[in-house]
Design a protein around this ligand. Structure first.
Ligand code: EPZ
Length: 425
């Protein structure tokens, strides 16, 4: 198991290109199961989660090929399998995205029920209610969701839950509705850019979806979908992580392949706390201030501040001049990074779904443990700023969502070394 050894105090300078979005690519890959013709998907990052999704699709009869130019070709060869087993879904929750496509195209799906994970309970009740409204029969058997339907039929469906809309639930129901008989209206749909990207990909395959990017999706069912070529959007969470990297290291970066319109809440927050963020040729330029102001952050569904950047901003605000308040409204237990940041000297006090961050002039290096993807990113960011050498253990979490993060940060002046964990114990 690898660790990252980070020499703190290096100012980042230079340029980093942002990759295609993991959370757009994973549901799009699953949606390729809806057609017998091949999809050529560009901009899919080379990540552990993508490799897990490839393994899942391969087990479901798809031939998945990474071409020389990096594009991913997915072609369904065999429709006889419809079981997404525990071993694969357990590793990566986006495995649940095959449920809607399998049900719509093959009339049956058996997908292991994802359990809880480091960021909370993560139920799938809304996914199941939406599919049931389309006419699927759903039961649980030995920890698997078993869904069957001859042909789904359009329906009016409300997908809002206690914590807002559901991103992957919207993906599942939208995919299933593309091949249903008649019209489906999803109210309370997720508006995240990744959901819009999936709708655009489905439309490129011949689906008839309108309203993407709004809480009301209208899907006119079609008999079949065809192959297509598609490029996934840039990763707004990776971009946000690098913006914080520049700010926390007191450096300056230019990011390329960025959609600023997907980062409005994030850039607004950075500017409020004193970070300079400006649009520049083909990207964005970010520069750290002398003095970081404290701030108030509440995570919300898009276009609000994303939960997937909450941990990274906590690391940044730990170094602000004053007290900040961070409230998590999507995953109220997503705070495993709090205790680890405290090991680096951050003054963080949690009360339920809120953390008070008492800004400090410095962080001091320490060994810390990565617990989930974004928490790991926050620890790497804190390590960039901490005095001394920080070791982040169990970085396989970070490899699930960031491609070679240490190499890309090192190209901009960071000093991060990847070592086998045994060497650091
Ligand atoms: C997606 O997860 C992302 N994952 C998450 O990113 C992201 O944090 C999350 O959306 C919110 O933006 C992928 O895209 C692969 P939700 P998802 O269903 O779709 C509740 C990362 O770090 N809910 O939108 O699983 C749920 O508990 C990951 O890249 C129900 O109550 O999240 C939460 O409170 C982590 N019932 C809220 O809705 C349901 O059936 C939003 O969750 C489904 C969800």
């Amino acid at each position: 198991m690898d660790s990252l050894v980070i020499q703190g105090g290096m100012k980042l300078r230079g340029s980093i290109a942002v990759n295609g979005a993991k959370n757009a690519a994973l549901p799009i890959m699953a949606a390729a199961l809806l057609s017998d013709e091949p999809s050529l998907i560009r901009g899919v990052p080379d990540l552990q989660d993508v490799r897990s999704q490839i393994a899942l699709l391969t087990g479901l009869g798809a031939a998945v090929l990474r071409q020389k130019d990096g594009a991913l070709e997915i072609r369904v060869r065999d429709q006889s399998q419809s079981h997404a087993p525990y071993d694969l879904v357990r590793k990566m929750r986006a495995g649940i995205c095959v449920l809607g496509p399998l049900l719509a195209r093959r009339g049956r799906a058996r997908v292991s029920m994802p359990g809880g994970c480091a960021i909370g309970d993560r139920p799938v009740d809304l996914h199941l209610r939406g599919l049931a409204a389309l006419g699927a029969r759903i039961r649980l058997a030995n920890g698997d969701i078993v869904a069957t339907a001859k042909r789904l039929r359009g329906a009016e469906i409300f997908l809002g839950g206690n914590f807002g809309s559901t991103v992957l639930g919207t993906a599942n129901v939208m995919c299933a509705a593309t091949l249903a008989r008649g019209q489906t209206v999803i109210e309370g749909a997720a508006c995240e850019p990744e959901t819009v990207d999936l709708a655009n990909y489905l439309n490129a395959m011949g689906a008839r979806i309108t309203g993407q990017g709004t809480p009301r999706l209208i899907i006119e069912g079609v008999r079949e979908l065809h192959g297509c070529e598609y490029r996934v959007i840039p990763d707004r969470i990776e971009a946000g992580t690098f913006l914080v990297a520049a700010a926390i290291s007191r450096g300056e970066l230019r990011l390329q392949n960025v959609r600023l319109d997907h980062l409005v809440a994030v850039i607004d927050k950075l500017r409020q706390i004193g970070v300079r963020v400006e649009k520049c040729n083909g990207g964005v330029h970010v520069a750290a201030p002398q003095r970081l102001q404290p701030g108030t952050i509440t995570t919300q569904p898009y276009p609000g501040f994303p939960t997937d950047l909450q941990a990274q901003f906590m690391a940044l605000l730990a170094l602000a001049h004053g007290n900040s308040i961070i409230t998590e409204k999507i995953f109220p237990d997503r705070f495993l990074h709090v205790a680890e940041l405290a090991r680096l000297g951050a003054r963080v006090h949690r009360e339920g779904a809120t953390v008070m961050v008492e800004g400090q002039p410095k962080l001091i290096a320490a060994p810390v443990m990565a617990s989930d993807l974004r928490a790991s990113a926050a620890l790497v960011l804190a390590g960039l700023a901490a005095q001394g050498v920080t070791v982040v253990h169990r970085v396989y979490h970070i490899d699930r969502g960031y491609e070679r993060i240490e190499k890309r940060l090192n190209q901009a002046g960071a000093r991060i070394q990847r070592v086998d964990q045994a060497e650091t114990e």
